[in-house]
Design a protein. Structure first.
Length: 501
């Protein structure tokens, strides 16, 4: 059985995904066979594995960091919110139904512990090490009884825990101490120490506090990671974490043509897979921004309607905001619009939805000649094809089935004038196709924009993952981390009162 480590966090967005990916990349560069794992993920950003399983994009990114193919074993439970109180439950890559938060935590979650421990055990049998990512905070005492992703999985698998804290938010010492002190003695026995994330300034000023923390808790700090601009990777949710900002900061080349292209992405409710536009922002001279007002579309050369977990709800939101009318007007003027997945469905003539929203028949924007019917069975696929004379790869995650009745073919979807639509996520990561598409957009928008001939999105992503590995290698005690992964929890870790109530 290979070694293991759980990367927990004092809060959501403390940096668990980044640290997990960084450790995976550092280990694989040392010749260690490593896999990522997250027992339960809540995210609208998902990915389809080669065997047709849906998992969180963060775990797919971490698999890339480990230089292996992602599988359903790496994220056995995925929750996809459909509202503030309910989520679709995806088990081992396949949807198994909708559950309220209360229903999930009232029994269903506990039933899944055996499944997630089996998946982790299988990964540990086939790899030298498995780096697990927690969720939220391990000290959520109201949810501890049903926890399967933080101390629940650590206890079941007997693996050590390192807690990550975001010092940029402030209060990191209190967060480390409080997180530890709110755990039961049995859980505390697995917490080996801490990792400070997003530190700015002179680390020698922090060191006295770290020593005092060790005196209070009996636990060491395994490293202080500096604040690093542009570490945009595929995390769970939140616009600021995607790759687009990172690439814009790292790409210093000027536009290849005389003009830039402005891309406006409508920030619809329950937006999913907003990482689709990261590849656009990777291009020198392309500026991507998320918008929620019609006036923000005025100077856009391309408007993108992205994917969403609630197509009918997002369509109503576009109409309430006046964005729908603005999109229809620009299409009438021959100005480019791209719809992806749910955005593609909204561009059609009619939507019949008795599955996702149960709203029945709803009129679409009428910009593409298609009708959409929502099926109970979800389409999960990794298609390969050709468009605009270039090879394209993508992935599909949708309940909507589109019946196209005209227009020009475009991937699996269609094009009518300056309006394009497809169910394919990730297609813009295909470099040749992206450049051809941007040339079409520039022509329709009347811009003298020229795509750079040498932008390779896959290489940019690899550079980002190497930067994460560098952070761990240069700023963490890697010998101590490796010892922890190989040998397990140190003996004699003291109890910090009061413990769990």
């Amino acid at each position: 059985m290979g070694g293991g480590l759980l990367v927990a966090g004092t809060t959501s967005d403390a940096g668990k995904s980044v640290v997990t990916a960084g450790i995976c990349r550092w280990l694989v560069r040392q010749g260690v066979s490593v896999a990522p794992f997250k027992a339960q993920n809540m995210s609208l950003n998902s990915f389809v594995t080669r065997e047709g399983a849906e998992i969180g994009r963060a775990q797919a990114m971490q698999a890339a960091a480990a230089r292996i193919e992602p599988t359903a074993l790496m994220n056995p439970v995925l929750l996809k919110p459909g509202s503030d109180r309910s989520s679709q439950v995806v088990l081992l890559g396949k949807p198994v139904g909708e559950l309220s938060a209360r229903g999930y935590h009232s029994g269903r979650q506990e039933q899944l512990l055996g499944t997630v421990t089996d998946c982790l055990a299988e990964l540990r049998r086939t790899h030298d090490a498995v780096i697990c990512e927690g969720a939220g905070s391990p000290a959520e005492i109201n949810l501890r009884r049903t926890d399967i992703v933080n101390m629940g999985i650590a206890r079941a698998a007997r693996i050590p825990v390192v807690v990550v804290g975001d010092i940029d938010r402030g209060g990191v010492f209190a967060s480390f101490f409080g997180t530890t002190a709110l755990l039961s003695p049995e859980d505390q026995a697995l917490v080996a120490g801490y990792l400070v994330n997003k530190f700015r300034g002179d680390v020698t000023l922090l060191e006295p506090g770290l020593e005092m923390l060790r005196g209070l808790t009996g636990r060491r700090t395994f490293g202080v990671l500096p604040y690093a601009h542009g570490l945009g990777i595929d995390e769970e949710d939140g616009l600021r974490v995607s790759l687009r900002g990172a690439v814009r900061e790292s790409v210093v080349a000027p536009p290849a043509g005389e003009d830039i292209l402005r891309v406006a992405v409508c920030a619809v409710p329950l937006m999913s897979n907003f990482t689709d536009v990261d590849a656009l922002a990777a291009e020198p001279g392309v500026v991507v921004r998320f918008v929620d007002r019609p006036e923000e579309l005025a100077d856009a050369d391309l408007v993108v309607l992205p994917g969403t977990r609630g197509t009918v709800r997002a369509l109503a939101w576009l109409r309430e905001r006046g964005l729908a009318d603005a999109v229809v007007r620009r299409a009438a003027q021959g100005r480019p619009v791209l719809g992806i997945c749910g955005g593609y469905q909204m561009l059609g003539e009619r939507i019949e939805d008795d599955v996702e929203s149960r709203a029945g028949t709803v009129d679409g924007l009428g910009l593409l000649p298609l009708r959409v019917r929502f099926a109970v069975e979800k389409t999960l696929a990794r298609p390969v094809g050709e468009a605009l004379g270039e090879p394209v790869e993508g992935y599909e995650i949708h309940h909507g089935v589109a019946e196209v009745a005209g227009g020009e073919g475009f991937l699996d979807g269609c094009r009518a004038g300056s309006v394009w639509g497809t169910h394919w996520h990730g297609s813009l990561e295909s470099d040749g196709f992206r450049r051809a598409f941007l040339r079409e957009v520039a022509r329709a928008a009347g811009r003298r924009f020229v795509p750079a001939p040498d932008t390779r999105f896959g290489a940019l992503r690899e550079e980002q993952l190497d930067r994460l590995g560098d952070l761990i290698e240069e700023h963490a005690d890697t010998k101590a981390l490796l010892r922890l992964i190989e040998e397990g929890v140190p003996e004699g870790l003291p109890f910090v009162p009061p413990g769990a109530p």
